[in-house]
Design a protein around this ligand. Structure first.
Ligand SMILES: [Zn+2]
Ligand SMILES: [Zn+2]
Length: 109
């Protein structure tokens, strides 16, 4: 059907916390005490979060935060000194090789 129902908008009387522009409607009910942003500021905020460092193309994977650990791979026993996530302690940790192998076999299954 060609009828695209518009998103429900809530009439508000707010000001963008970023640029101060008047906002008369929002696609959600504003929470009191919470800053509201206009479409432009929202987009800028989102772009910034996506890691726009301002640079031409070549968006290589930035250095991920690594956590220093002192663990052993539950698969092959290799020493693991850093992880891209904080280990929970109750879960086995695998080295990259074992992870790749696990992923490969899972996909083949
Ligand atoms: Zn704004
Ligand atoms: Zn391993």
């Amino acid at each position: 059907m060609a009828f695209d129902s518009p998103r429900q908008m809530y009439p508000v009387n707010e000001k963008c916390a970023g640029c101060g522009v008047a906002i008369t409607e929002l696609p959600f009910q504003p929470t009191a005490g919470r800053p509201v942003y206009c479409t432009d500021c929202n987009r800028q905020y989102r772009d910034r979060r996506r890691g726009g460092g301002g640079g031409g193309g070549g968006m290589s994977r930035g250095p991920r935060q690594m956590y220093a650990v002192d663990l052993q791979c539950a698969g092959c026993g290799t020493a693991i000194t850093e992880l891209p996530f904080q280990p929970t302690g109750d879960r086995p940790v695998y080295c990259r090789t074992c992870l790749a192998a696990k992923r490969g076999s899972a996909m083949a299954a």
